[in-house]
Design a protein around this ligand. Structure first.
Ligand SMILES: Cc1cc2nc3c(=O)[nH]c(=O)nc-3n(C[C@H](O)[C@H](O)[C@H](O)COP(=O)(O)OP(=O)(O)OC[C@H]3O[C@@H](n4cnc5c(N)ncnc54)[C@H](O)[C@@H]3O)c2cc1C
Length: 430
């Protein structure tokens, strides 16, 4: 078995080796076990360690813990897996390198590495996870080569070493914006922060992590049409709101059905969902811990963080500043402002044709992989994880999982989905 990964944070991923020890999981510990059939595994691991010795188990289970702790948990599991492999004489080698290109034949896959080596394997699993955010279209795209531009918001360089008194511009206002604002403050930035994105600020906090609302499940059918679903969700949200409860538990109740419902939508329904409801769904679904939400709101009250609904039209570099031109929706006018840097927090790019010098882009051009019509991921056979080639044929030697399945499954991002897929894919391989 050979694992090829190009990151320095091997085995933890960008999510679970954050630059700040204060960045929190957005899911309570009780829901973060790495194993679908051992729901208490993460909490058991926490309770067995020194950090939480003697503390109340139920409080630990309900807490939003630091993401780096989850990284340590994954590393612990990885070490255990390696030990098991040694006992069973299964060889595992780890290469820190980038796969730049693939060739697929019926008998296997050749992976061309940046270090020029070529690795041949009987089966290859594409577990490429989150890509860097794409560069939004602006008039002077040459700005994206400027040292004032930070395309990778998960890298500490994006938030430290800021000189001068100009504001910082964040593109996007979702969960990565929240992490970046926290990172800027932690790294001593004292100025103001602007965030521009198509929608106004509407990140919601996790208010009711433990409330269960099941009534909607009885009314959901697997092939419910999009507009019936919208009406049903509205009806139930109205009901919980009348009890003083926010929409969160209703949205959580739909989650076990989301993949099937999405799979049964027509292409037109998917298109309408993506253009009209994607943002609303994202807001309702990806909520943040209340303490973090309060911190962000306080910054907005204090005028330190200004969230603008609008569109960035252009950015140019001019004597140690970036001049940003954007359309402000509320004001109904184009504005210009100088900022000290621009950090891209627009979320991982899923259109592989836009990834420069990337294995997925090259595989797309070679017809080794194809994308769904909305370019959310790789087209697979979801029962077997086999990647479909340009002719729509499943390739038993090339498998994929995780974020790459978003086009087929929609909900294929967080640990509760990934752990189920990882077990099913491992069984399929065996
Ligand atoms: C900031 C952040 C926070 C998150 N927080 C949570 C949370 O609190 N709870 C939750 O349930 N989910 C969360 N998620 C979602 C999900 O759990 C994580 O994204 C998870 O790490 C995904 O795991 P993965 O292995 O699929 O991808 P990744 O962790 O992205 O790993 C993919 C690996 O492949 C490597 N790679 C990619 N291309 C190549 C190549 N060509 N050659 C070699 N190596 C390559 C990358 O360097 C990377 O190391 C979060 C995601 C992010 C981005």
């Amino acid at each position: 078995m050979i694992l090829i990964d190009n990151s320095k944070v091997l085995n933890k991923g960008i999510a679970y080796q954050p630059y700040s020890r204060k960045q929190l999981l957005n899911v309570i510990a009780a829901k973060m076990s790495a194993y679908p059939d051992k729901p208490d595994h993460f909490v058991d691991w926490l309770c067995a360690g020194d950090e939480f010795a003697g503390q109340d188990r139920s409080l630990i289970a309900q807490a939003f813990l630091p993401r780096h702790l989850y990284g340590e948990y994954l590393a612990h599991i990885w070490r255990g897996a390696l030990a098991t492999c040694r006992q069973k004489n299964i060889s595992v080698s780890v290469l820190q390198d980038t796969v730049c290109d693939l060739d697929v034949t019926e008998s296997g896959v050749s992976m061309h590495l940046a270090g020029r080596e070529v690795i041949h394997a009987g089966t290859c699993v594409l577990a490429t996870g989150n890509q860097l955010p794409g560069n939004p279209a602006i008039k002077h795209e040459s700005f994206y080569k400027s040292p004032l531009y930070f395309q990778n918001p998960w890298n500490i360089e994006s938030v430290n070493g800021i000189a001068g008194s100009l504001p910082v511009l964040i593109m996007g206002n979702g969960l990565t914006m929240v992490d970046t604002v926290t990172g800027l403050l932690e790294n001593g930035f004292n100025g103001s922060i602007l965030s521009v994105s198509p929608n106004d600020y509407n990140i919601l906090p996790q208010r009711h992590s433990l409330l269960r609302y099941t009534e909607i499940s009885g009314e959901l059918s697997e092939n419910i049409p999009l507009y019936d679903l919208v009406r049903l969700v509205h009806k139930h949200i109205k009901k919980v709101r009348s009890l003083g409860i926010s929409a969160g538990p209703v949205i959580d109740a739909i989650r076990p059905f989301t993949q099937t419902i999405w799979g049964n939508f027509t292409t037109e329904e998917k298109r309408v969902f993506l253009s009209r409801f994607r943002h609303l769904w994202g807001v309702a679904r990806h909520r943040i811990p209340l303490t973090v939400h309060d911190r962000i709101q306080q910054l907005r009250i204090d005028g330190k963080l200004v969230v603008i609904a609008g569109k960035i039209l252009d950015i140019c570099e001019s004597s140690n500043a970036a001049i940003v031109e954007y359309y402000d929706k509320k004001a109904g006018e184009i504005r210009k402002t100088g900022v000290s840097r621009v950090i891209n927090c627009t979320g991982p790019e899923t259109d592989f044709s836009k990834l420069d010098h990337h294995v997925l882009n090259s595989a797309l051009h070679k017809g080794i992989i194809t994308q769904d019509p909305f370019r959310l991921g790789i087209r697979p056979n979801t029962a077997t994880f086999e990647v479909l080639n340009g002719e729509g044929k499943p390739q038993p030697v090339l498998l994929t999982l995780g974020g790459n399945l978003k086009g087929e499954l929609w909900e294929s991002t967080a640990v509760p989905e990934l752990r189920v897929q990882a077990v099913a894919l491992a069984r399929w391989l065996l």
